[in-house]
Write a protein that binds this ligand. Structure first.
Ligand code: MG
Length: 455
């Protein structure tokens, strides 16, 4: 039987539309996307943005498009993406965020938020694209065009919402350094951690869309100044965000970057404390999550790679009556189901304070006491993904293989994932084991299988 090829997204990627400003990303495109979104989700729509220089022009285009199709617009100004998601979930019929997340300053983009605060799924994103390409909008006349108002202080409700999810005053006696990278969390994370009782120091906390201090991607290299500050003032930890602060990464009290899978495992230890149920994460995440889950009678449920798949799987499991405790990706994007179904960097910062107050141990010792993990990563620039997957499936047919996204091979002492990119001719390979020897041996088996195809 022949199956029609599934419809693919053309503008939208894993998390919204992104592009270089003045090339793909123009006010015209943003206005059309907003007209499409407003046609599909009529009512009152909240808009917000990160700090990019192109943000003011693009958010006005979004507002014009929404009003033109009859939506009333509430402009929440600069705030983290999870901040707008929280406000939409509480008050609005949809949301539009102007942000390019971790991409450099010459990029911008659009994330569309559903009434429940989640990012729009693939099917609806394709419907938005079809309206943009065909110009199908519910344009209104003078009696029905929408209105616009500003709500620059509404972010405070998000800050209060995060603070309410952890015990009061748990940050007393803790010193923390925050590096929002001149991005959308330039004020909110400091407000959250101060409200918890922490003594807060900041750097790069002025909103500046030229990103003069570091790239919006919070890499180990870019966070070196924060690591120095953490060490020199004896802070308990440092926390940094990407441009729209749905992710958080950490520097420990010794000034060391905490690898994001380790961060996920440690935060899982705090979130799962005293609970049992399910942790949802993509097939690319470290087995550390399973190991920490076992301490709390929590099992891991694997999804395709992408936070929207994790968030939607969490909701689906809850709808089935299952107990879902936590979710997230191994990149600092963590999802707290008792808070909201999206990644939240501010909430992750608060949860780190909660972890340290529960454990009464330094972050560096918590990191050092995690089970050992060696992860090897490779990228192959190739268009031969189908042949590679076929060869791997054949060679490892006696192993446990999972095809949720690419191929994941699970053995007792190691696992590997070989996964083609959805957007470019690229194949990624991850291998993890507790020991380097086992990881290297498994790597050799896989390379022996795929090398002849790559040649
Ligand atoms: Mg982001």
């Amino acid at each position: 039987m022949f199956m029609a090829e599934a419809k693919k997204k053309q503008l939208f990627g894993t998390n919204g539309v992104r592009g270089v400003v003045g090339e793909l990303m123009t006010p015209e495109l943003v206005m059309k996307i907003a007209m499409a979104v407003g046609s599909m989700r009529p009512g009152t729509v909240a808009v917000g943005r990160d700090t990019r220089t192109s943000g003011p022009a693009l958010i006005e285009a979004a507002k014009a498009g929404l009003m033109a199709v009859g939506c009333d617009v509430v402009d929440c100004g600069i705030l983290p993406t999870p901040g707008l998601q929280y406000l939409v979930k509480e008050h609005f019929d949809a949301g539009v965020v102007i942000t390019a997340s971790h991409n450099p300053g010459n990029y911008n983009g659009v994330k569309v938020i559903e009434p429940d605060g989640t990012e729009m799924d693939d099917e609806n994103s394709i419907a938005v694209e079809q309206r943009v390409f065909s110009g199908t909008f519910e344009t209104k006349g003078w009696e029905e065009v929408g209105s616009s108002r500003s709500a620059p202080d509404m972010y405070q409700e998000y800050v209060d919402g995060v603070v309410a999810k952890v015990p009061a005053g748990i940050g007393k006696g803790m010193t923390v350094v925050i590096d929002p990278g001149c991005g959308a969390a330039y004020w909110t994370t400091a407000a959250i951690l101060s409200a918890l009782g922490c003594r807060v120091m900041t750097l790069n906390a002025q909103p500046d869309g030229r990103f003069p201090a570091r790239n919006p991607e919070p890499s180990e290299e870019g966070l070196a100044p924060m690591a120095d500050l953490v060490r020199s003032i004896g802070a308990h930890f440092g926390v940094a965000h990407d441009g729209d602060a749905d992710r958080a990464v950490f520097i420990d009290d010794k000034g060391r970057f905490v690898e994001e899978n380790k961060e996920f495992a440690l935060v899982a230890d705090a979130v799962c404390h005293g609970k049992s149920g399910i942790i949802v994460t993509p097939v690319s995440s470290s087995r550390l999550i399973e190991q920490i889950g076992e301490r709390h009678s929590c099992t891991v449920d694997y999804t395709a790679v992408g936070s929207i798949y994790v968030a939607r799987r969490m909701r689906a499991l809850l709808d089935e009556g299952k107990s879902v405790i936590f979710g997230g990706e191994g990149n600092g994007g963590l999802i707290y189901p008792n808070h909201q179904f999206c990644r939240d960097g501010g909430m992750t910062a608060a949860m780190m304070v909660h972890l340290l107050s529960l454990k009464k141990e330094s972050l560096s010792s918590l990191v050092d006491n995690l089970p050992p993990s060696v992860m090897l990563k490779h990228k192959f620039h190739t268009d031969k993904a189908p042949a590679m997957l076929q060869a791997v499936r054949k060679k490892f047919s006696n192993d446990e293989i999972n095809g949720i996204d690419g191929l994941r091979i699970d053995r007792a002492d190691a696992w590997a994932l070989i996964r083609p990119s959805g957007t470019e001719p690229l194949v990624r390979l991850y291998i993890e084991s507790q020991t380097e020897n086992v990881a290297k041996a498994f790597e050799k088996e896989i390379m022996d299988c795929i090398n002849p195809i790559l040649k």
